[in-house]
Write a protein that binds this ligand. Sequence first.
Ligand SMILES: [Zn+2]
Length: 110
Amino acid sequence: MKCPNCSKDVITFWQWGQGINAFRYDCPHCLEPLKANKATIMWFVGVMLWVLVVVALCIIVQKHWEIEETRFRSFLFPISLVTVLPWVYLAWKKGGYISRRDTSEREDNR
Ligand SMILES: [Zn+2]
């Protein structure tokens, strides 16, 4: 994700994936106050829905094959990692920031 002000890379995938800085962040290079653009928020919502689908599918599979609860839980994490992580990466890759000073793409709750 690049800064709209200085067009340098703002945040690594790892930092971004931890979620704390995903939506509001200051550019470390030019200190421009940034926020996630609409594409990023759409991607985020999409990934969240996908997580729900994956969890639902896992529960269906567990019930269907009557997999033991503790055994099932040990599978759940790697499965969600493999199915969700590529999308989180895409969200990071496709998403972007806009300046918080920029009013051309205003948030609805302001
Ligand atoms: Zn910058």
